[in-house]
Design a protein around this ligand. Structure first.
Ligand SMILES: C[S@@+](CC[C@H](N)C(=O)[O-])C[C@H]1O[C@@H](n2cnc3c(N)ncnc32)[C@H](O)[C@@H]1O
Length: 252
């Protein structure tokens, strides 16, 4: 048994009701495009919550293990699995260590809308790199760190009536304590600069190879992106640098 609680524990029922109440699975074309064909792949969903992304991964052909720190959200996920079995396994574990998961045991991993809710990024990314096989890939989506910052908001252009996104305190990394965000966010969210994400993934041997910034529904999200997606990948095999230092998968 892992001694672990998630800030989401108290929000579990509310979150479950809003995320995917009928258990149909995630409906997110950008996510689908980034993960691609999953037949024959063993995929870990890190911080899977009530399982909307695990169900989508399974429907796309993957063998899926969902991992989360909230027992209450996992209970919702398991009850959807009981209702409509897809062969998904759920584990209670900390994304910052993934201590219940052996090294090099997955072809791929995802983390949908959760990296900014996990307190420590660097150990999380290292743990994800550890559980991937050589050449394994990782897909994540996050709240866009450039357009949703600890001091953000919107104003109306008095000339054309359009809404503009305003941002501030971009450099203030840490708990997301904005007064302009929903009341729950200070308890669960962490702001990091875009460069922190990019550099942390590169340092863990999982460099980002592709990013997507989809257009959102609200008019303001049609002028700037509210979400950021990326796909990163481990080196396919061990390579040795000119100084003899092992790089890539074997150098983790
Ligand atoms: C916004 S929810 C996203 C859940 C799911 N991926 C989805 O898209 O619906 C963020 C999730 O991160 C989980 N979480 C936060 N910190 C965690 C940690 N240290 N280890 C594992 N899960 C964590 C929460 O329990 C919650 O389920």
């Amino acid at each position: 048994m892992v001694n672990l609680t998630s800030a989401y524990e108290v929000l579990a029922d509310a979150y479950n009701g809003g995320a995917d109440p009928d258990g149909a699975g995630l409906n997110d074309p950008t996510f689908d495009a980034l993960v691609g064909d999953l037949h024959g792949l063993r995929v870990a969903s890190v911080a899977c919550g009530q399982g909307r992304d695990t169900r989508r991964l399974a429907d796309l052909g993957a063998e899926v293990v969902g991992i989360d720190a909230s027992e209450s959200l996992l209970a919702h996920a398991r009850s959807f699995e009981q209702e409509t079995p897809r062969g998904i396994e759920y584990l209670h574990d900390d994304a910052q260590t993934l201590g219940r998961i052996p090294d090099a045991s997955f072809d791929a991993a995802v983390c949908h809308m959760a990296l900014m809710d996990i307190p420590e990024l660097e150990p999380t990314v290292r743990a994800i790199a550890r559980i991937l096989k050589p050449g394994g890939w990782f897909v994540a989506s996050i709240v866009h760190p450039c357009y949703k910052t600890p001091a953000d908001g919107e104003l109306i252009d008095h000339v054309d009536g359009s809404t503009r996104r305003i941002v501030g305190r971009y450099f203030d990394e840490g708990p997301f304590n904005s007064v302009t965000r929903l009341e729950i966010l200070p308890r669960v969210a962490y702001h990091r600069m875009l460069s922190t994400y990019v550099n942390t993934f590169a340092a863990a041997g999982l460099p980002i190879l592709r990013m997507e910034e989809p257009v959102g529904e609200r008019p303001v999200w049609q002028t700037v992106p509210g979400l950021l997606y990326f796909r990163s990948q481990l080196a396919a095999a061990a390579t040795v640098s000119t100084t003899g230092t092992p790089l890539g998968a074997a150098g983790r």
